[in-house]
Design a protein around this ligand. Structure first.
Ligand code: ZN
Ligand code: ZN
Length: 320
């Protein structure tokens, strides 16, 4: 439990919440550790529910409640935990932007726990072929990566800035579609660069480096604002730079000529349930193989520390 930002997580016993209509109680099997959890616990995102159970990449089995899933069914719970269904965004296929949206592990208690409660309308069946710990990173890292890739349109040469949980998943999807991936990592992160090449990237290098050829699009996963002008420098005329993180340091000012030539900078926020259905549908076909480092629940704080230090290759996952 996070009692306040910047305090270490504490192991506590909580009363079992009453289920509301349409809610399911889950036995949590695994929960991914996302960079967003770091931003919440470091106080970089405003007004989390407090105290809070973090975690929005939950894989669990249904214990009781709801009508959609039979007890024992294995489901995933993503970041998008509830939407109003009536605002201008919800009614136009953009529920990811809902004004009233509530997010798992931020406004709602999440999955760093033995049990969790979720709205059944926002739970996805998990493809059978995936072990629990390998499925968990698909539920946020995979989804935001997929949404970013869709936003990149038909770009053939795609730069990925930051090659962690999201990058290593989207690289596999992009590669399977015949796109060419250029992976940018923290300077000197040889392990991440080796992973990128193993997953089909045609080039891997430091984030400050220029790629060997122009890019059609760049997706920025790392929370570093200085990567925006760097990525604009790397994309061709008409290309786009897509910012996929929920939080980023300030973007430094840059000469207009970097944007000139109909280059675009945009962000990708959250997910829709349609993104979830699409990604989980194609994951076994690609097939996406997630690289995971597994921690017991009691070591959640340690997992966050390793993520903060850039020591995780692929994705960190808690196993209950
Ligand atoms: Zn709404
Ligand atoms: Zn996340």
């Amino acid at each position: 439990m996070l009692e306040a930002p910047r305090l270490p997580l504490r192991e506590v016993e909580l009363p079992r919440p009453e289920l509301g209509p349409g809610q399911v109680r889950l036995r949590v099997l695994a929960c991914g550790v996302c960079r967003t959890d770091l931003h919440i616990s470091d106080g970089e995102l405003p007004e989390p529910k407090l105290p809070l159970v973090l975690g929005h990449e939950i894989v669990g089995t249904v214990i009781e409640g709801g009508r959609t899933f039979a007890p024992g069914a294995r489901v995933g719970v993503p970041w998008l935990g509830w939407t109003c269904g009536t605002c201008r965004y919800c009614t136009t296929g953009r529920e990811n932007l809902c004004d009233e949206a509530r997010f798992t592990g931020y406004h709602l208690d999440g999955g760093y726990a033995e049990e969790a409660v979720a709205d059944e309308r926002f739970c996805f069946p998990i493809p059978e072929s995936y072990p629990d710990v390998q499925a968990a990173p698909l539920l946020c890292a995979g989804l935001i990566g997929y949404r970013s890739l869709v936003r990149a349109g038909d770009a053939e040469r795609i730069g990925l800035y930051g090659f962690g949980a999201a990058g290593h998943i989207v690289a596999q999807v992009a590669h399977s579609r015949g796109r060419r991936v250029f992976a940018f990592t923290r300077p000197g992160d040889d392990a991440a660069q080796a992973l990128a090449l193993r997953l089909g990237a045609v080039w891997a290098g430091d984030s400050a480096a220029r790629p060997p050829e122009e890019l059609d699009a760049a997706i920025i996963f790392a929370p570093a604002g200085e990567l925006v002008p760097a990525a604009l420098r790397a994309v061709r005329k008409g290309g786009s730079v897509i910012c996929a993180g929920i939080h980023m340091s300030d973007i430094p000012s840059f000469p207009y000529e970097l944007l000139w030539g109909e280059r675009t900078v945009c962000s990708v926020a959250n997910l829709t349930r349609r993104d979830g259905a699409e990604l989980l549908g194609l994951a076994p076909e690609v097939p996406i193989h997630t690289e995971v480092e597994v921690f017991p629940l009691g070591e959640a704080e340690h997992a966050l520390d390793r993520l903060r230090a850039g020591e995780i290759h692929g994705a960190a996952v808690l196993r209950m």
